[in-house]
Write a protein that binds this ligand. Structure first.
Ligand SMILES: [Zn+2]
Length: 176
């Protein structure tokens, strides 16, 4: 799956892309020229709402121009228009760093999570970059609810372990 570079004005979309497991580099505050340079050098697809930026020759073959203003519509637009995104694997990336998460034992996660979470979950994932611990509770349910609201298939319900990532097969229609 190809990686993305998300324009600074699309922060919530970037976070959602990471939640869905997409490789979404996000660098707010960079000038257009630097964004283009990074997208080309790292072979990333630039995601932007800036029509002028999207029209620049250097990125013309590697850009997704988002039209929607609201982030749920932006997520739907990205998913619906891009079947080449491939299988989507939610909850496999750090929301903060975009790093792929690695599975860790409860013993490793223990110092970082509340006791009631430790008591109810066995599967934990850790970000190798920031050390943040993820478990399949709140994020997973929130994400499933949002996917339903977006008209997307949220996949099978959580089995409590959440080890098998949800896959979105057929993007549905845009909401509203
Ligand atoms: Zn991280």
């Amino acid at each position: 799956m190809r990686g993305f570079l998300v324009d600074g004005m699309l922060g919530r979309l970037a976070r959602w892309m990471r939640l869905l497991g997409l490789d979404a580099d996000f660098r707010p505050g960079l000038p257009d020229d630097e964004l283009i340079e990074i997208a080309v050098a790292a072979d990333r697809i630039l995601v932007t709402r800036d029509r002028r930026l999207a029209g620049r020759r250097a990125v013309r073959d590697r850009v997704i121009l988002i039209a929607a203003e609201r982030w749920p519509d932006q997520v739907a637009e990205l998913l619906a228009g891009r079947p080449e995104l491939g299988p989507i694997r939610p909850l496999t990336r750090c929301l903060r760093c975009n790093e792929p998460l690695v599975a860790v034992d409860a013993a490793v996660a223990a110092p970082a999570v509340p006791p009631y979470v430790l008591a109810h979950h066995r599967e934990f994932r850790c970000c190798p970059s920031c050390g943040r611990i993820y478990w399949p509770g709140t994020h997973r349910e929130r994400m499933r609810e949002m996917l339903r609201r977006l008209g997307l298939d949220p996949g099978p319900p959580s089995d409590g372990g959440g080890r098998v990532p949800t896959e979105i097969r057929d993007p549905g229609p845009e909401p509203d």
